[in-house]
Write a protein that binds this ligand. Structure first.
Ligand code: NAP
Ligand code: SF4
Length: 672
């Protein structure tokens, strides 16, 4: 039986054939900047061995001014060619194909030397760009063509010309950023001259038997973005200029609409790519929030594209395609679209990795060597499960204990939050992977020190307990813990005050104001964020703006710190959580003292002088005041002289998240 017949069908490009319809989309991992080319090669080779048909590298700068930041990787010299060849050789040996992305950032370059069609500063960069003159534009074309020629010399199977996401070429296309009056600006014919010229000259330079992908912004999601007619006109011109494949870009980086976060519905934008099907003769790739083989299969079966691009899913599991081919989608480690270890790292100038797979981009360093030890692990939350799977990978005999009847720990609470439905899949994956690895589960009973006495290694991953904020009146029946709320056990009133505005406070607020999750209903989600059909509204922005459903409760979210609420949330996703709650009129109050709770609600004051006493009227108050380590078993073991490794929240609860827990569990076991 053929699993996923559309997804796994080959794609004939004439001069070469792709073995399936899966592209690993470009991701900036930061690996190239380490100059450790063996490490770069291993990252890509692991994905090639896992069966993906074609990979695109992270963006390579064609010149210094086009780099996303000063020192961004590129292909500038003959020495660079030799380095890149280490990567392409390793990929080819692994049976894969790889294309190099040429990324000119234009005004998105984090540099005072950035260049653009016109001197229009980007809202996401502090640097005003310098407008290029005619000779300057010619130089940029030459540099991009040179990069393509060098890519061919370095053994790449192709290049992807980055024309979307609001980068340099995209900046020429729209009047929002292109105010020129010469032959590179004004009419659409003129504005699209640069991308078309780049593709034409790249094709000339690389010859006919080389893959040229053009990534085209199909819905800009910014004011004055392209119309659909312009998108089609550009697509046809790019095809005529010699592109082999068109890839989809969704939204500019400055767009205020989430496009890849976990709260974005799966395959939320494949309907946009579908509009282009039949308008061009070359294959079209769709992308964004496709993270399982079945979603990819459905997208292709529905005629939305000829091929699907997935990027982050290949951080989560390099063997995505091989497992799909084997009919074992249940053991594919799923990308939950959290951005926590990938994009958030990239934007913090750290090497990208993956929350569910800490080995991603650490292939040469985090290696699981064989071991015959036995290991007992207490706690089947993210830390314990990660440790268990790593131990099983090393060949250890593994037993996991948990007092709950279900594995997953706090993940089971996260999955209740609207927009975090991907956590269901993560727990399902752990269940399947644990069974596949032959791990023994002892669920539904507290583990005792005696249970753990016989193991070679003992790991305590017992998690956290909620912090007691010690507020006068907190024992009253209308005061709930976030656990009561997210487990759906407690009745919550109409007016709610939430104490604590960390990740959990935000999640609880979202849970309490939302009726049905828009992440589960694409039409509702598009309406909520104001996304329209680009055929009807320019750039896909509805003129009426976001139209969220009204909140089902009146919620006030509070913290003691005087800073903006949500400051500690994810770098690339915090704004989405804040915007979502603002749309639901959640009031956010910082700099408070909690004076007392009574039947009327929560009494607060402000500042060190405890001024401005205020009553937040509430019929329910929810405590989300952070956590403390649950160490009772660890302490009991220590008292009995049984040595144990303590990980996750049981180790350090402050700012605990699944990323740190999984990383710590995996690394501990790798070193045992
Ligand atoms: P947290 O992020 O540490 O936030 C705890 C909140 O409680 C803070 O707002 C803190 O603000 C407040 N607080 C601390 N001590 C208090 C006290 N004694 N009395 C009253 N308030 C107190 O913890 P969390 O919200 O429980 O989340 C736990 C972890 O899960 C987080 O670190 C987070 O990374 C992770 N998580 C992440 C997400 C995400 O979206 N990425 C979602 C859910 C959970 P003040 O001290 O200013 O009052
Ligand atoms: Fe996906 Fe999160 Fe891993 Fe990034 S860190 S690849 S978003 S699961």
């Amino acid at each position: 039986m053929t699993h996923y017949p559309h997804l796994l069908a080959p794609l004939d490009l004439g001069f070469t054939t792709l073995k399936n319809r899966v592209l690993m989309g470009s991701m900036h991992t930061g690996l190239e900047e380490t100059r450790d080319w063996n490490r770069v090669a291993e990252f890509y080779a692991a994905r090639a061995r896992g069966g993906v048909a074609l990979m695109v590298t992270g963006g390579m700068a064609p010149n210094a001014e086009g780099g996303v930041f000063p020192g961004a990787a590129g292909l500038f010299s003959d020495r660079d060619i030799a380095n890149h060849k280490i990567v392409t050789d390793r990929v080819h040996d692994a049976g894969g194909k790889i294309a190099m992305q040429i990324l000119h950032a234009g005004r998105y370059a984090y540099s005072k030397d950035c260049v653009a069609p016109s001197p229009v500063k980007s809202p996401i960069s502090p640097f005003p760009p310098r407008a290029l003159d005619e000779a300057g534009i010619e130089q940029q074309i030459t540099d991009m063509v040179t990069a393509a020629r060098r890519a061919r010399e370095a053994g790449y199977d192709g290049v992807e010309v980055m024309g979307s996401e609001g980068y340099f070429l995209n900046q020429f296309l729209v009047t929002h950023t292109n105010k020129r009056e010469d032959r590179w600006g004004g009419s659409y014919e003129n504005r699209m001259r640069l991308p078309v010229e780049v593709v034409r000259r790249v094709r000339e330079a690389v010859g006919p038997d080389f893959i040229v992908i053009y990534r085209l912004s199909m819905i800009d999601l910014i004011p004055d973005g392209s119309t659909w007619e312009e998108v089609v006109q550009l697509a046809r011109a790019i095809e005529a200029a010699g592109a082999t494949i068109l890839n989809t870009g969704i939204g500019w980086h400055e767009a205020r609409i989430p496009t890849i976060a976990t709260s974005v519905p799966r395959r939320a934008f494949t309907w946009v790519t579908k509009k282009l099907m039949g308008e061009v003769g070359i294959p079209v790739i769709t992308s964004n929030r496709i993270n399982t083989p079945q979603v990819g299969e459905d997208v292709l079966a529905d005629g939305c594209a000829d091929m699907v691009s997935m990027a982050r899913p290949f951080l989560a599991d390099p063997d995505f395609v091989a497992k799909a081919q084997a009919g074992r989608a249940d053991v594919i480690a799923p990308c939950i679209a959290c951005n926590q270890a990938c994009l958030d790292h990239t934007f913090s100038m750290k090497i990208a990795s993956c929350l569910v797979n800490p080995k991603a981009a650490h292939e040469t360093e985090l290696v699981m060597t064989p071991s015959s030890k036995s290991v007992g692990i207490v706690g089947a939350g993210p830390a314990g499960l990660a440790a268990a799977l790593a131990a099983a990978e090393r060949g250890m005999s593994v037993t996991v204990f948990d007092r709950e009847k279900e594995i997953g720990g706090q993940l089971n609470m996260a999955k209740q939050v609207p927009g975090k439905e991907e956590f269901w899949g993560l727990v399902d994956y752990y269940r399947a992977a644990v069974a596949e690895a032959g791990i023994t589960l002892e669920l539904g009973a507290e583990a005792t020190p005696d249970d753990l006495a016989g193991f070679d290694e003992v790991i305590i991953a017992t998690g956290v307990i909620p912090r007691d904020p010690q507020i006068d009146g907190q024992d009253m029946p209308h005061v709930l813990s976030y656990i009561d709320v997210l487990r759906g056990k407690a009745k919550v009133g109409q007016k709610v005050a939430i104490i604590g505005a960390g990740g959990i406070g935000f999640d609880v607020a979202d849970y309490l104001v939302t009726d049905d999750s828009p992440t589960e209903d694409l039409a509702e989600w598009l309406e909520e964020w104001g996304v329209g059909d680009p055929e009807e509204v320019r750039g896909g922005l509805r003129p009426e703006g976001p139209q969220p459903d009204p909140a089902i409760r009146q919620v006030t979210l509070l913290q003691r710190k005087a800073q903006k609420l949500g400051k500690g949330l994810g770098k690339t996703t915090g704004w989405i959580h804040r915007a979502a709650l603002k749309m639901k009129n959640v009031e956010m109050v910082g700099g408070v003292n909690y004076e007392r709770i009574d039947g009327a609600g929560l009494h607060i004051s402000f500042g060190e002088a405890r001024e401005n006493p205020t009553l937040i009227e509430a019929d329910t108050i929810v405590l989300c005041a952070g956590q403390l380590p649950q160490r009772s078993l660890a302490d009991a073991l220590e008292a009995k002289g049984i040595k144990a490794h303590v990980i996750g929240g049981a180790d350090v609860a402050a700012e605990l998240d699944a990323k740190r827990a999984i990383d710590q569990g995996t690394r501990l076991v790798a070193g045992l």
